[in-house]
Design a binder for this molecule. Sequence first.
Ligand code: XIL
Length: 391
Amino acid sequence: MSRLSTYASVGTLGASLLLASCVKQSSPCSEPAATPVPAPPVAAATATPSALAAAPQPAASTTLRAAAAPTGRKVGVALATWFFETPGYQEIAAAQFDSLTPENEMKWYEVEPQPGVFNFKGGDKLVAFAEQHGMRMRGHTLVWHNQLAPWVKTLKGDALRKAMLNHATKTVEHWKGRIQHWDVVNEAVDENGKLRANSPFTQLGPSYIDEAFRAAHAADPNALLFYNDYDIEDPDWPKTEGAYQLVKGLKERGVPIHGMGFQMHVDPRKWPSPEKMKKVLERFAALDLLIELTEIDVPVGEIPGDDKQKLEKQAEWMRGITRICLEVPKCSGLTLWGLSDKQSWLSTKEWEHHRGKGPHRALPFDENHQPKPMFHAFLEALSQGAPGAKP
Ligand code: XIL
């Protein structure tokens, strides 16, 4: 991070001070004050008075969300209520991010564990948190083959279609007006770009996707609806073409789809060049779709180098994707898949192997909630702004 500008380094100092004071407390940091929406200026809540006084530049760069605001982009984080008691977790999330995705608590297994029996508790808590802190909500996800309630897998034909439409309708209606984006359908295609054989919904034929979007739109006509997938970040991957044809077809048939979610769970062993990624984003954007990078993480367990080199490389990739998003006018936000290396799914025994040998340390804050080079690169890239963005 030798190339940090004064602008960014002063800003990160303020952020570091806040984080340090939070994690050093033996008891949890105090609850964030209840604030009306929109939240008060984040910089004021995150930089110490002395850091602010010393800052020769506007305090806008002290946090990710303040740095992103002039660019018109949202910076998001995936959260789970079971981490809410972890000291610093809520405070850092609210201070740094202005978009929230539930990591698990709006998935089918959680929301409708039994037919027609809905549980919105976890999701409600996350929506309330977002409202309290002036954060946009990204709902995730309505129709997906994973983390599905077991009963859904036993259904066939019309019974399955009805269950899917009912689930989408009831879930979107519950949070009508409070969730701005929905990932309506998640990961429908396989690595060859065909509808995946291991999804129970595939038996309904491709029109199930149209129907899911139409149901979500009817339930909340103001919500922006997304198709979301992984391994579609390189133009040469067959899956990218499959996803492109899928959403192109939806647009051509007048299905209410408004955006494309690129998960960005990219394996660093095959990380595409910035040029390639930009080409993909622009191709989808040309379909008149918003672009969101929805589930970013950069696991470094398997990349060469010592610790320092790995974290520098990770920072470079984060900087690269941030710049790409800023250069593509339809790219409206970037979301990190978890707050810190302590909570990342790739730090768990269950998922670590997914990216080879850990530790993957995939996120911008370390196990102690301290900012890493990845955080500074993200902040710096945001601070540099988007071409043509209002200052
Ligand atoms: C992951 C969660 O992070 C884990 O906690 C959970 O055990 C499995 O799912 N693509 C998605 C996300 O769309 O919902 C997944 O989240 C990661 C891959």
